[in-house]
Write a protein that binds this ligand. Structure first.
Ligand SMILES: [Zn+2]
Ligand SMILES: [Zn+2]
Length: 636
């Protein structure tokens, strides 16, 4: 008999060879149906593994994140099995891990290209194999045996993996005729897999290396039951509907062009206006909070990038150019010019803190594979500031930045999460400096009264930081603000100030952004609002539409009057049916439509209609302009 202890401390006497699944069944049939694997003295094992010694046992059930991950990885095996049954030796299997909300499997085929039209056929095969409730069995082989086995099956990627592992033994998992090299654990049998769907197919290099063969990655999603799967699919549909690349095209905000280059945004009139409104807002908000607006050059001499350390540590991400035999680096960050401004004169403690703000456009080389609309680009503009202060001022400065973040996120209607990253193993700077900066960040976070997480040892080598992630309407998280202390740059640039004691001291430096990259932030805004921007940032706030030509002159007059009063307005005088013009304005998600008929001409009024469908009482164009201004003021 063995003595097995469950997490609540309950000991169980069971015969040697009993499996965790049998123990689960002894507790209840429902628990057994939910058990996907087990943890034995801390190690993950299959629920079907016979127990051989006394141990601590924890059953892993499907309703836990860990259980769901094992379930999803098992669904990846199921998909690979289905593909192998359908395509045989035409396709080779490689790897298939679980990912957020699902899994993928990478296949190699020299002759077959997977397309979404085949997904249903693969899903049907998967359902058949699941219904057959095939037991999933683990087997341990010597590497030599395993290599022979996979060579016979023509699975050369698996052979390569085993060779690279260099272990004496490997484990494989069998279900029906399918065999996969895998560490496990896996669910007991395929019958447990109930709700899955293939979602897309994309190219991926073997082991992520572009020198290797191109594989075909089939993405799929899997949930414990059909209801959860359906909810997830609805969220995906909603995300697709809100995709900023699609809306950016429909609303004519921006584009990308191969002729210009990948990852470089081209802003169209409405997009450029939207961006300008946000940038103007930022300038006002920074001035209000005692920041100075500064501007640095787009290229700076290579020597300076050597001084800063970027040349040694960040060169792969930078672009370089040469003028008059002199090397220049295109800036990937805005810090350096701000250092030079600081150094341009002798600084006294009375000058501090200095807060230099720049809407700084930077260029960074990103691999083409990771570029994604506005969310991941090669050229972007940060709302970047560098605060230089005396050590004892750091506390107040960090609190000021956190307040700033809170106020701005409230205006845009975002909730957010905060994380503090502390000193990593490899770091520069004295213990005192780290302690001071980490305490300043932490006390500001505590002071904010909002919850935050601590990532021990996750800070940059040159200082601790706070990362802030906003949550959009679909509950997705996006990195926006960061607040980062830096001990290297003040050293490398030998920044000093004269203290009240007449001695020279080193200032503390903080890099911080509030929205982050404006491009990315606008991408997030588009998806968050599904293109229906709040009035104060809408590039077009109102559109004037005439019913027939006889009202054209008055419509034109209203348009001009509103424009002069600062309303962002368009006029549609085309000789089209009114219903057509209204539908178009609705597609453009314009907050107000002003339809001009004979009644409005006679009374000298406009009758605003909000995009929500609500009609306002007729009013003079002047009153409408005041209404717009008033509504915008409510935001900030
Ligand atoms: Zn596996
Ligand atoms: Zn910086």
């Amino acid at each position: 008999m063995l003595r097995i202890t469950l997490p609540d401390g309950t000991p169980k006497e069971v015969p040697r060879g009993t499996t965790p699944l049998e123990i689960a069944r002894g507790i209840g049939e429902r628990l057994a149906r939910q058990t996907v694997a087990a943890r034995l003295d801390g190690l993950l094992v299959d629920a079907t593994m016979p127990l051989e010694r006394d141990a601590q046992l924890q059953l892993i059930t499907l309703n836990t994140p860990e259980g769901l991950e094992i379930y999803r990885h098992s669904t990846a095996h199921l998909m690979a099995q289905a593909v192998k049954e359908l395509f045989g030796r035409e396709v080779q299997v490689t790897i298939g891990p679980a990912i957020e909300n699902g899994f993928y499997y990478d296949f190699y085929s020299a002759t077959h290209t997977f397309s979404p039209e085949e997904f249903e056929r693969i899903e049907k095969k998967m359902a058949e194999l699941a219904a057959a409730d095939l037991p999933i069995e683990r087997q341990v082989l010597s590497s030599a045996e395993a290599i022979r086995l996979f060579e016979e099956m023509g699975e050369l990627y698996k052979v390569e993996l085993i060779r690279d592992l260099g272990a004496e033994e490997v484990s494989i998992y069998r279900q029906g005729s399918f065999v996969d090299l895998c560490r496990g654990p896996h669910i007991p049998s395929t019958g447990m897999l109930k709700a899955f769907k293939l979602t897309s197919v994309a190219g991926a290099y073997w082991r992520g290396d572009e020198k290797n063969a191109m594989l075909q990655r089939i993405y799929a999603t899997a949930f414990a039951d059909q209801k959860e799967l359906n909810q997830h699919l609805e969220r995906l549909e909603e995300a697709k509907r809100r995709d900023h690349r699609k809306l950016g095209r429909e609303l004519d905000l921006f584009s990308f062009s191969d002729e210009a280059g990948a990852g470089l945004v081209i802003w169209h009139p409405k997009g450029a206006l939207l961006r300008t409104i946000i940038e103007d807002f930022e300038r006002r908000e920074h001035l209000k909070r005692g920041y100075d607006i500064v501007m640095g050059p787009q290229i700076l001499r290579t020597e300076l990038w050597k001084t800063s350390g970027h040349y040694d540590n960040y060169r792969e991400n930078m672009y370089f150019t040469e003028i008059d035999e002199q090397g220049y680096g295109i800036k990937p960050m805005n810090c350096l010019a701000h250092m030079l401004i600081y150094k341009s004169r002798l600084r006294s403690y009375r000058d501090l803190p200095l807060r230099f703000f720049e809407l700084g456009t930077v260029h960074r080389h990103e691999k083409s594979g990771v570029l994604h609309g506005l969310l991941r680009v090669r050229g972007f503009t940060q709302d970047d500031a560098h605060i230089l202060c005396a050590p004892e001022q750091l506390d107040g400065e960090i609190k000021g930045v956190l307040n700033f973040v809170r106020e701005v996120m409230t205006i845009f209607g975002f909730e957010y999460e905060m994380e503090l990253s502390t000193r990593p193993e490899k770091s520069i700077g004295s213990d005192e400096a780290w302690e001071l900066a980490t305490n300043a960040l932490q006390s500001a976070l505590i002071d904010s009264g909002e919850p935050f997480e601590i990532n021990e040892g996750d800070g940059a080598f040159y200082g601790p930081k706070i990362d802030i992630k906003l949550k959009d309407a679909l509950d997705r998280k996006w990195q926006c603000a960061t607040i980062q202390c830096d001990f290297t740059l003040p050293e490398r640039f030998d920044l000093t100030y004269v203290g009240s004691d007449g001695e020279r001291h080193r200032p503390v430096m903080v890099h911080r952004v509030i929205l982050g990259a404006i491009e990315r932030f606008i991408g997030v805004l588009i998806e968050h609002y599904a293109g229906s921007f709040p009035l104060w940032i809408s590039p077009v706030q109102a559109k004037v539409l005439n019913v027939t030509d006889s009202q054209a002159a008055y419509a034109q007059e209203v348009y001009q009057l509103l424009r002069e009063q600062g309303v962002r307005v368009q006029v549609d005088l085309r000789n089209e049916k009114l219903s057509f013009k209204i539908r178009e304005a609705q597609m453009e998600k314009i907050p107000y439509m002003l339809v001009i008929g004979d009644k409005e001409v006679a009374a000298g009024t406009v009758a605003p209609r909000h995009r929500s469908g609500k009609n306002l009482e007729p009013m003079s164009p002047g009153d409408f302009a005041r209404l717009i201004a008033e509504e915008c003021r409510q935001y900030h």
